[in-house]
Design a protein around this ligand. Structure first.
Ligand code: ATP
Ligand code: MG
Length: 272
């Protein structure tokens, strides 16, 4: 089964610039970093995933999470309870470092990747995106660029600053960009039940049956881990937009997702 169908990027290698809807892909910080060790890259995964993205040759908007570059700093500086300038600077600098390495690796693999930093362009209100000119992202993609956006600490009209997770960026972009398909790659085989089996489909109506199994993260995570992700994607599902959570820690999974192949995943949608 094909999850989605590209209109020709496989053959035109992206030269169609904008005539094909982009894929919206989140790569978890859990995949790009070692979430158990502060500021530690998983270079093997960064290189492999950059290669898979390059090979897929479809227009893509990439979002990535912070992993061990961001979550530990936000926690240490109590960003959510007591935001200050030091916490802002240290947390942003950490996630910027991860973004820079990922973007440079994508470029080395031949992707025209450009980092987009929410702190510089997005305004939040109580942790919710209030204002963001995503027209720039659309036009970058039309020009053949792959924007690489990340979870970040951002300016907030009520709280001074707040944390916006990669998952929240993903859902905002899913609503505001016209994309072909939405996927969140993480470090596990989707959302797992009590027997560690992938739950194939979560909807607002069956969420209560699986909710007890869905927890936070094993590493530091200030944005709710798997539970935060599922809740974000359920809100998206309620507005009629479907997404999948899959394992980006496994070889070729990102490539297969980008190619529209069927992959083991948890589908989150509005209807049964
Ligand atoms: N029911 C569940 N199924 C799968 N994972 C779960 C479940 N409950 C809790 N988790 C935890 O959620 C983690 C994935 O969420 P996490 O936020 O750490 O990853 P991520 O979103 O990919 O990373 P980042 O937030 O840095 O972008 C898993 O590693 C697992 O420990
Ligand atoms: Mg997370």
């Amino acid at each position: 089964m094909l999850l989605w169908k590209s209109d020709g990027c496989k053959t035109c290698k992206g030269r169609c610039k904008g005539r094909v809807k982009p894929v919206l892909l989140k790569i978890g910080g859990s995949v790009l970093t070692d979430k158990g060790r502060e500021c530690t890259f998983n270079m093997q995964n960064i290189r492999r995933i950059a290669g898979e993205i390059a090979r897929a040759s479809v227009p893509i908007v990439i979002v990535h999470g912070a992993g061990s570059f961001g979550h530990p700093q936000a926690k240490k500086h109590h960003i959510q309870q007591n935001p200050d300038t030091e916490g802002l600077v240290k947390t942003h600098r950490a996630v910027l470092e991860l973004n820079t390495v990922f973007v440079e690796t994508l470029q080395e693999e031949g992707v025209a990747a450009i980092g987009v930093h929410p702190l510089n362009c997005l305004l939040a209100k109580r942790g919710i995106v209030k204002q963001w000119g995503v027209e720039i992202i659309k036009r970058l993609v039309d020009f053949g660029v792959t924007p690489v956006i990340h979870g970040d600490v951002v300016v907030d009209t009520i709280d001074g600053i707040s944390v916006i997770s990669g998952d929240r960026i993903l859902t905002y972009l899913a609503k505001t960009l016209d994309v072909a398909v939405i996927g969140a790659g993480t470090v596990v085989d989707g959302v797992l039940d009590k027997n560690e089996k992938t739950i194939p489909h979560i909807t607002p109506s069956n969420f209560k049956d699986v909710s007890d199994y869905i927890g936070g993260s094993t590493g530091d995570d200030v944005t709710g881990g798997m539970r935060g992700k599922v809740l974000e994607l359920l809100k998206l599902a309620e507005s009629g937009i479907e997404s999948v959570i899959f394992n980006a820690n496994l070889n070729n999974m990102v490539f297969n997702f980008l190619s529209g192949e069927a992959i083991p995943a948890t589908r989150i949608s509005g209807a049964e």
